[in-house]
Design a binder for this molecule. Structure first.
Ligand code: HPA
Length: 276
């Protein structure tokens, strides 16, 4: 019998998508706030609204579209989520596994995650791109809490190289080649939707966070559980709370995202080209 969040539940979403395409994507890209322009580069796209896909989730954030785009990018078969799902929208961690588990069932081996993040590290500046070396999520919940689905991965699993070194090195080589400079650091997950307090940011800095954001970690953990390689890229959209004597606004986050989207697009195209 099919229960909520069992293997069959995710397979139903994947089967619906597979019926609409005649290839298997190898790479999945999840796009963060205002970083959607790469989606326009995808050749021969098959575009599916999230709301059409059985058992999928629906995006509620305005700057996030709600479409799955499947096609070809830099000669590779890809699937790209234009619009992602967040804990602050009301989804439980358990629900947030859906896209990545569905990608796994489509045949995806590599996941590229992008997001907008606030700089905790004061040597970063808005417009920088940070490769995620590791993350900190001190919130108790895990997307893998509850009955383990063995078809996806083991009960206990290692995450010491979750943001795969091989892909981080590849990203650095690609950035170098096209003349983009990169930062590297630790992404600290905060649940939102409020931005952080200056005191929280001070604490995060002491704990070892370089950038702070409200997404990405559930997707990275879900991918690691099912053996996918992960690359995480943060666009630094603002200095985190308390760094500058000014409030953080959604407008600045989206504006910096829009300005950097061309640089991001070039970098991701190059990385996708070079992935084996
Ligand atoms: N905090 C949390 N999430 C964010 C930020 C921030 O400063 N900027 C963009 N996303």
């Amino acid at each position: 019998m099919k229960g909520k969040f069992d293997y069959e539940y995710f397979k139903e979403s994947a089967d619906y998508i597979l019926e609409k395409i005649d290839f298997k994507p190898e790479i999945a890209i999840i796009l963060g706030s205002a970083l959607g322009s790469i989606a326009e580069e995808i050749k021969n796209p098959v575009i599916i609204d999230y709301k059409e896909i059985p058992n999928f989730l629906v995006s509620t954030v305005q700057s996030h579209a709600g479409k799955l785009i499947l096609g070809e990018l830099s000669g590779k078969k890809v699937t790209c989520m234009s619009g992602r799902f967040h804990y602050y929208e009301g989804y439980d961690f358990e629900e947030l596994v859906a896209p990545v588990r569905v990608f796994h069932l489509l045949g995806v081996k590599t996941l590229i995650l992008t997001n907008a993040a606030g700089a905790v590290n004061t040597s970063f500046k808005p417009g920088d791109i940070m490769i995620i070396r590791d993350h900190i999520k001190l919130m108790g919940a895990s997307p893998m809490r509850g009955t383990n689905i063995e078809e996806f991965g083991p009960r206990f699993f290692d995450v010491s190289d979750m943001y795969t070194k091989e892909l981080r090195d590849l990203a650095k080589r690609c950035a170098n080649k096209i003349g983009i400079s990169l930062q590297e650091g630790v992404y600290y997950f905060c649940p939102g939707p409020q931005f952080e307090t200056p005191a929280e940011i001070k604490a995060i800095r002491i704990l070892g966070g370089d950038a702070v954001g409200m997404s990405t970690v559930t997707e990275a953990l879900t991918a690691a559980h099912c053996g996918m390689k992960v690359l995480g890229l943060s666009l630094i959209s603002n200095m985190a709370a308390g760094v500058l004597n000014q409030p953080i606004t959604t407008e600045e986050v989206d504006e910096i995202g829009a300005k950097a989207s061309e640089k991001f697009r070039r970098l991701i195209s190059e990385i996708v080209k070079e992935i084996d």
